[in-house]
Design a protein around this ligand. Structure first.
Ligand SMILES: Nc1ncnc2c1ncn2[C@@H]1O[C@H](COP(=O)(O)OP(=O)(O)O)[C@@H](O)[C@H]1O
Ligand SMILES: O=P(O)(O)OC[C@H]1O[C@](O)(COP(=O)(O)O)[C@@H](O)[C@@H]1O
Length: 300
């Protein structure tokens, strides 16, 4: 079984404007909303790839109910913990020529509620995959990913972590099978500007020294680079099509990589399917669909 963990799910509210002017009332030209949060997005794209997953995490209030109901599907088993108070966050994605995102804090999660999640994590067993992805509310201790991984220590579980800064760095000692920082996140982790391919490889290898097996660096419209567990560099470009909405492209790439590796045990194929899923999401309103993935696979 593949388990995804989203501690801080969201409704992604996408607003489109011709331009955004601070200090005045702006009017949108269109708006859409999607159920999101990194682990949930991974589950949704895995379902499009015909892979079943169980989605763990916390939901709260009316937005939490909508998320849980909205993503339920015959290939996603939702097993969320309903928080006592607050609402699951609404993240605002402003498309006004450039993309501006406002990702919110999310509800408070108590130590008792966290314990309930740990009990669910204990069900994960040898041969399973766990994808832990996304940010945490700032009221939560930043060792939470480590505490989750500590619960599965010693089990033969494939670990995928898609997070930033300390959350990611602290998880590396558990030797994750895959991490997927983007270029900006890689730069932030090392406090340097990373631009060249050689620099990307150099810092990806630093993350491998800290414990990561495969490091996939996504580069937005420039594609992606994988440094695999053997230290080999693989590159993937992007297809050229009108970009509609890149929210969730990174999560789609993670889903595609996990599915591609699961099916073939080949890193070049995992990178290809990951890239196709990332591209497919960028070229659609919502996340990658089975139809779009198959169409792009034939061209990639
Ligand atoms: N503008 C784009 N055109 C085509 N593909 C894209 C575009 N933006 C993202 N993608 C695809 O999605 C992948 C992940 O996107 P990226 O923006 O780097 O991730 P994140 O959302 O985590 O920052 C890229 O490697 C690429 O395959
Ligand atoms: O947990 P974070 O880091 O705040 O990110 C949450 C946001 O990331 C997303 O999962 C999209 O992530 P990507 O664009 O990186 O794939 C949104 O659905 C959500 O609003």
């Amino acid at each position: 079984m593949i388990y995804t963990v989203t501690l801080n799910p969201s409704i992604d509210y996408i607003v489109r404007l011709d331009s955004l002017v601070p200090g005045i009332t702006n009017r949108t030209t269109a708006e859409e909303y999607y159920y999101g949060g990194k682990g949930i997005n991974v589950s949704c794209v895995l379902a499009e790839l015909d892979l079943e997953s169980t989605a763990f995490g916390f939901v709260a209030g009316f937005t939490g109910d909508a998320i849980e109901k909205g993503i339920r599907n015959d290939r996603i088993i939702t097993d969320f913990i309903k928080l006592e108070s607050g609402i699951s966050r609404i993240n605002i994605k402003i498309k006004a020529g450039v993309e501006t995102e406002i990702n919110c804090q999310g509800p408070h999660i108590s130590e008792g509620e966290l314990e309930r999640l740990f009990s669910k994590i204990d069900r994960i067993s040898d041969g399973d995959t766990i994808v832990i992805a996304g940010n945490i509310p700032n009221t939560m201790p930043d060792d939470v990913y480590e505490r989750i991984l500590e619960r599965i220590k010693g089990k033969d579980v494939r670990i995928v972590v898609d997070a930033t800064k300390k959350l990611l760095l602290n998880a590396l000692k558990y030797k994750p099978f895959l991490i997927k920082p983007n270029r900006q996140e890689l730069s932030e982790m090392f406090g340097v500007e990373i631009n060249t391919e050689d620099d990307i490889e150099k810092y990806a290898k630093e993350l491998q020294k800290l414990g990561a097996k495969n490091v996939l660096i996504s580069l937005g419209g420039d594609g992606a680079m994988l440094i695999d567990e053997f230290g080999k560099r693989h590159k993937a470009g992007v297809l050229k099509e009108k970009v509609i909405n890149t929210v969730g492209s990174g999560d789609s790439m993670v889903a595609g990589f996990v599915a591609g590796y699961e099916k073939t045990k080949s890193y070049p194929y995992a990178l290809k399917l990951g890239s196709v899923c990332g591209n497919a999401t960028a070229f659609l309103d919502g996340l990658a669909t089975k139809e779009k993935i198959n169409e792009l696979l034939a061209k990639f």
